[in-house]
Design a protein around this ligand. Structure first.
Ligand code: ADP
Ligand code: MG
Length: 691
């Protein structure tokens, strides 16, 4: 399958000069198992080896001098080093060599000879010295000291200079590849050819060449983005070709909506219309519904499930935790049951006869909707006619888990729901193989949550206010994050907080954390939901979707440790009703400027999409929002922030290619096959496949 032209790049690193059994594991740790991976290492900085005067030596810097050898101090004890004194017109320097060099050293570099030495200078009690120079060369001979030397990632036992040699060898092995980019576009953007870009990558002429905005880096980033987008577009197209049952918009859904005490927002209408469009297209749907907590995703999914029930099919709604599954069940079972739709809740806690009863209802089709946790995709669960799978917080499930559930029916439609707001620029890289509906409008009548950042020393004041509020009937969440290395000490901190709050406020303070069993958690949550507890202290287990409408206060300790999106989601737990709500972000002063700005954003807006966008800007990419956990791919060259303009172009480009040349048989298509193989996104993609 792999084109022959790529063989040298996909050969093992042991095919590189000097990579034997000792070096291979080290190089593999730094780069990866393939020559390609070594070729793709990127210098993170450069060392200049322009000769300087010895008098200008700076402690700790890599410097280069043009010197004459003055004399040798041989070691009297074997374990002592050889010391070689050298000098130029401005000063003296001692070169230090450990190990057994013997007379060989002196023979190669006799007293009186002129040498270019380059290495790290150190000021010590023995004077100015250089231990094991990187280079020591005779200027009369052709010298191989690079004027500007790129510095590569390295590891113990494999210094950057060795890595650089392997990189240069890999570069030599890299063939010219057929051009897969549109030549007109390359010319317009003034981007170099692939191989030329790599030559520049490994031969920087200055610091500016290290910037991701450089043309050669943009070229490599674009290749990577296009390969990825192409893989996703192909996948999406393949899924579309799988015929799936057409599901008409039925009357049940309309009757359900008529029963609701509210009207859909415009965004909800659009999302449902998107879903219904997919249902009627006769192709498998893979749609992500993205929207803040409380934006009304579940209600939209319920209408989709009603359409499926109308068409005599079954739906499954899967949530990552038992609490969430239960809440979903409570939200949708009433309205659905009122119209004769059978709904069951299946979790790990169902045992014995009641469980057998539920399984029978799913198998016979008596239950048209099954809500549950991981329990839903176990082998014993068989559906009568599963047509729709709805997955809440989809990134918290593994692909295998999602696929096992979908495999319980034929060409099952998929709706994934996510409350993690993704900046629009990143949507394509994370969900390029899905269709996306955004619910970017909140149901009316919600008052924004008053948000304040308060330094920890003012804790007593906050507790005092909380006490007053609780006396007036309010309920509050108090979040103690899991942040330290040790879960035990974090848990202890949360327990201490609960005790302290009980002392200050009274007995109505509960504690919920990850070490509790599902039943224990549920019991505490139920006490809080039914207002038997006023304050719920929690580590982050207050799962994003949990709904306690009477809670109006959210206190978050060490808010500076959280991602903005996470803070936003936690804040979303309050302010569900018409009553005034408050969110207090407690922080340990002093705050860095960025941390300050981040907390400010939260105070200024409650639009999750805006917050995500700003967070990305402030952090300049990287692991903004903990995006990696939610599925941001691990790119080699592409930087989701620096190259955000390229993401959209690559997405369009990929769609166009797949439309025009789905099997990649044209001239450019063939070159694109090489590109796909080169980046090999298939493996990575399988992990992120939502369908
Ligand atoms: P999500 O799944 O996005 O967190 P839900 O669908 O669970 O949101 O809705 C959150 C709450 O808001 C529920 O109590 C729901 O009944 C209510 N709700 C949903 N849509 C609307 C709307 N358009 N107007 C008023 N309330 C709504
Ligand atoms: Mg929800």
């Amino acid at each position: 399958m792999r084109p022959e032209i790529l063989f040298p790049l996909f050969a093992s690193i042991t095919s590189l000069k000097g990579v034997g059994p000792r070096v291979a594991p080290l190089l593999e740790r730094v780069a990866g198992p393939l020559v390609r991976d070594v070729l793709w290492l990127q210098p993170h900085s450069i060392i200049r080896r322009t000769p300087a005067a010895v008098a200008d030596a700076v402690d700790g810097q890599v410097m280069t001098f043009d010197v004459v050898i003055n004399d040798y101090q041989r070691p009297r004890v074997k374990t002592h080093p050889w010391r070689v004194r050298v000098a130029d017109a401005t000063g003296m320097l001692t070169l230090v060599f450990f190990g057994r060099f013997g007379d060989d050293l002196e023979k190669r570099h006799p007293v009186g000879a002129r040498r270019i030495v380059s290495g790290k200078v150190e000021e010590t009690q023995y004077g100015r010295q250089m231990v094991h120079p990187d280079y020591m060369a005779d200027p009369e001979r052709p010298v191989d000291i690079p004027e500007i030397e790129p510095v590569y990632p390295a590891t113990d036992g494999l210094p950057p200079r060795r890595v650089r040699q392997f990189v240069l060898d890999a570069l030599e092995k890299a063939p010219e590849l057929p051009e897969w980019q549109d030549p007109a576009w390359l010319a317009r953007e003034k981007l170099p050819a692939w191989r030329e870009a790599l030559v520049r990558l490994h031969g920087p002429t200055g610091e500016a060449d290290l910037s991701p905005l450089n043309r050669h880096r943009r070229r490599l980033a674009y290749d990577e983005l296009l390969a990825h987008q192409l893989a996703m577009a192909q996948r999406k197209a393949a899924r579309r070709r799988e015929p799936a049952a057409k599901i008409p918009a039925g009357p049940l859904s309309d009757r359900l909506r008529a029963d609701l005490p509210f009207a859909f927002t415009g965004a909800q209408e659009r999302a449902l219309a998107d879903i219904r469009g997919d249902f009627q297209a006769g192709e498998r749907m893979s749609r992500l519904v993205q929207g803040d907590v409380g934006s009304g995703k579940t209600v939209v999914a319920m209408c989709a499930m009603a359409d499926v029930a109308d068409a005599c099919g079954q739906s499954a709604l899967m949530a990552p935790t038992e609490i969430l599954a239960r809440q979903h069940y409570e939200t949708i079972s009433g309205p659905l049951a009122a119209h004769g739709v059978g709904v069951v809740l299946l979790t790990g806690r169902d045992k014995g006869a009641p469980r057998a009863e539920k399984l029978r209802a799913i198998t016979s089709g008596a239950a048209q909707v099954a809500v549950g946790t991981h329990a839903l995709f176990q082998d014993e669960v068989a559906f009568h006619r599963l047509q729709l799978v709805v997955i809440d917080e989809q990134h918290r499930f593994g692909v295998a888990e999602r696929q096992r559930l979908q495999a319980k029916g034929q060409a099952v439609h998929l709706i994934a729901m996510s409350a993690t707001p993704i900046p629009r620029t990143l949507e394509l890289t994370m969900y390029g193989d899905l269709d996306v509906s955004r619910i970017d409008e909140k149901p009316p009548g919600r008052t924004p949550v008053a948000t304040r950042a308060v330094p920890m020393p003012r804790l007593d004041e906050i507790v005092g206010r909380l006490k007053e509020a609780v006396a007036g009937g309010a309920q509050a969440f108090w979040i103690c994050p899991l942040v330290s290395e040790s879960e035990v000490s974090d848990l202890a901190a949360a327990e201490m907080r609960a005790i302290a709050l009980r002392n200050a406020i009274g007995p109505g303070v509960g504690l919920v954390h990850g070490k509790l069993s599902g039943a224990e958690k549920d019991a505490v949550m139920a006490d809080f939901a039914d207002n038997r507890l006023s304050v719920l202290v929690a580590t982050t287990v207050v799962e994003v979707g949990v709904n306690v409408p009477n809670a109006t206060i959210m206190v978050i300790e060490q808010a500076e440790r959280f991602g903005l999106a996470q803070l936003h989601q936690l804040r979303g737990r309050v302010g569900r009703g018409a009553r005034e709500s408050a969110c207090v972000l407690l922080y340990d002063p002093p705050l860095s400027e960025t941390a300050q700005q981040r907390l400010d954003i939260l105070r200024r807006t409650d639009d999750g999409f805006v917050i995500a966008e700003k967070d990305l800007e402030l952090r300049g990419g990287g692991d903004a929002l903990g995006l990696r956990q939610s599925g941001l791919p691990d790119y080699v060259f592409a930087d989701p922030f620096a190259h955000r303009d390229l993401i959209a172009v690559a997405g369009d480009d990929a769609r166009l290619i797949v439309n025009r040349d789905p099997d990649l048989t044209s001239e450019r298509g063939k070159a694109l096959q090489v590109l796909s193989e080169l980046f090999d996104w298939k493996a990575g993609l399988a992990l992120r496949d939502a369908g």
